[in-house]
Design a protein around this ligand. Structure first.
Ligand SMILES: *[C@@H]1O[C@H](CO)[C@@H](O)[C@H](O)[C@H]1NC(C)=O
Length: 284
């Protein structure tokens, strides 16, 4: 019993102290992400450091190529950035929120990385400024280059019925949430379209365009095309054929059925009349 009590006491102590122990130099970066050449890519990143929380003005975030922290791809001080990355990198994350998300625009096919984050904490002690630095070289992001963006996918709802609202969804996955693909449709107006943006996996996003319209008889056997224009100018499209069920068809069914029932009733009445007459003539 004494042992159990002691164990509980130790566990409680660890529980109380763990927030303080938990403050370490850590970073969470997506290790591998696809990027389309010519487009943009956003590398999600968050980090932590020991000690008290510092405002953005006391933090300097740097992205560099792996192992070589002199090869800087992002720094607030643009003069330190490699020429091949100048003007193409952006810190989207707020460092004060421990967010180090990086955007690379106009992706080149040699931008494969690995990209590593470094944080510098600027502290003042007795009017003296000191800097603590940490490079998270075990948490670097690599990019897999894609020559072309993927083709969008098209999904249809049930069956298109003449005169009833009908939806077609066009969807594409990408890694550039700061400049999402722009969709256009071969029919309908912009008011008929709903846009949805949702995260799929860390760093991967899905953008959807849902077109709702009312099909008419003349839309049967026509094509509907969705075109996705990606950041950087590349364009991909996909088409499907519409099959519209006509409301008019229902009268083609009702009329013959009514005629058949009518005929049967008349025939039945005649039959009964004939039978009755036959019975009467036999009885007399
Ligand atoms: C980090 O910043 C990016 C860009 O502003 C944002 O999209 C993302 O949600 C942030 N991440 C967290 C964990 O807050």
């Amino acid at each position: 019993m004494e042992k159990v009590r002691r164990l509980i006491f130790i566990l409680l102590l660890v529980g109380i102290c763990s927030p303080a122990l938990g403050e370490k130099w850590t970073a969470s970066v997506v290790k591998s992400l696809e990027a389309v050449v010519g487009s943009c890519v956003v590398l999600p990143c968050s980090f932590n450091y020991p000690g008290t929380l510092l405002p953005t003005s006391r933090l300097r975030g740097i992205w560099h190529l792996s192992k070589e922290d002199t090869k800087i791809v992002y720094s607030e001080d643009n003069t330190k950035v490699l020429d091949s990355f100048k003007g193409r990198t952006n810190m989207l994350g707020k460092l004060g929120d421990k967010n180090c998300t990086l955007e690379i625009t106009d992706v080149k096919d040699h931008d494969n990385g690995p990209f590593c984050f470094r944080i510098e904490l600027v502290k003042t002690h007795d009017n003296k400024e000191t800097t603590e630095k940490y490079s998270f070289v075990d948490e670097c992001a690599e990019l897999k280059m894609q020559r072309d963006p993927p083709e969008p996918e098209l999904f249809q709802s049930n069956t298109a019925v003449q005169g009833k609202p009908y939806a077609v969804t066009c969807s594409v996955r990408h890694t550039c949430p700061s400049h999402v693909p722009v969709f256009t449709w071969s029919r309908g107006s912009k008011d008929d379209v709903i846009h949805i943006q949702k995260p799929v996996l860390s760093g991967i996003w899905e953008t959807q365009s849902i077109m709702v319209f009312i099909p008419e008889e003349k839309d049967d056997h026509t094509q509907i095309t969705c075109t996705a224009a990606f950041n950087g100018g590349k364009v991909k499209s996909r088409s499907i054929q519409l099959n519209v069920k006509r409301i008019g068809n229902i009268y083609h069914i009702i009329i013959p059925v009514a005629v058949a029932i009518g005929t049967a009733v008349i025939f039945g009445v005649i039959c009964i009349a004939v039978m009755k007459k036959y019975k009467l003539s036999r009885m007399s």
